[in-house]
Design a protein around this ligand. Sequence first.
Ligand code: HAM
Length: 431
Amino acid sequence: MTESNTAPQRSNQVSLSAPKGVPDYIPPASSTFIRVRDEFARQARVAGYQHIELPIFEDTSLFARGVGESTDIVSKEMYTFNDRGQRSVTLRPEGTAGVMRAVVQHNLDRGYLPVKLNYYGPFFRYERPQSGRYRQLQQVGVEAIGVDDPLLDAEVIALADRCYRSVGLTGFRLELTSLGDNTCRPQYREKLQQFLFKLPLDEETRRRAEINPLRVLDDKRGEVQNLLVDAPLMLDHLSAESRVHFETVLGTLDDLGIEYTINPRMVRGLDYYTKTTFEFVHDGLGAQSGIGGGGRYDGLMAQIGGQDLSGIGFGLGVDRTVLALEAEGVTLDGVDSRVDVFGVAIGLAASKRMSTLIDAIRAAGISADMSYGGRGLKGAMKGADRAQARYALVLGERELEAGTVAVKDLAAHTQVDVALTVDAVIEAVRR
Ligand code: HAM
């Protein structure tokens, strides 16, 4: 028998823990998580995005085609397995490819454009777990699909900024750049490769330069960065159209009063980005500082078999936003977990009557709970305390015989006896 070092031993069986790198959100911390997720989704709705609920797993080929075979996500981090029908399926590592698949499959791209969609939920990446880097991560995302308008890029960025501010976060910054389009990116890629191939790079980095040279710019090693000081940058090689596009985005952000830093060396972990690409960074988080990111993707829809329409979106990391709030010392009002009314019944007959009474009170829209397990008065009142109830309904044998119930106001420390009917109790509580 082995002692688990994460959970106490309770029986002679080995106790179980969540899989490595997978967080639990338990009360009361779970209420911050829900507040952040719901507020982000609410802000998206306010900006005209409609909810889309997507499958947690998809055909593996969707991500291979959509996210890109050369990305770390696809080559190393996917949870891929064969189902019982021997089809290869993958737990979604991100949301954009799935949204695009659904848009094409259901012909949403044939209606009014842009299609503006919002989603949230868990995503799965087999990354090395550390603080803020999980194997099951949570995002709230939006995608605005079908129109290539730089004003829409600015809208999406401004919406992300508003999401963070709306939960009280302040210590973050926005970095952005343009990755160009298919008229200037191929030439730039070649130029960058010519530069990289002249450097004394190790075998693996050289291979990366062949497959995805942009990713080399993101190498975290100081000695590699030293070699890259004079590397050509995409921003200096934009087509006229991409340049005007980017300048319009920047100008609109200025008009909206949103501060940003241009980071021409930004590299994102997904291959589909073109033109505007951005990241929100929080300095209170250590190495995993990206609290959200996104960008425009010109070729993605065509890549997965649809029309050739552009889109733009973001994914905001809910887990990291919760950590960033903690780092800033911001506490959110919890989701209301207290109840208005708590039933304290002594004895079997009283408990049975109480359970129908509580059910009727809930049906009337008043939150209510009761004690279970045949507790005595003191033990049952503890339950009322724990639920932070405003009123306790006390029903013992004596009250049952008299056809009354005691309504205790737990804040005012007063008590009245009322008739043991749903109407009388609700009236007393509402009063
Ligand atoms: P992403 O940058 O891969 O973009 O992820 C977005 C955010 O999810 C990150 O900034 C981070 O906050 C959070 N995140 C990612 N991986 C982890 C992890 N292992 N643990 C905790 N949090 C994590 C996307 O996924 C794109 N689909 C975003 C997008 C939408 N682009 C266009 N539309």
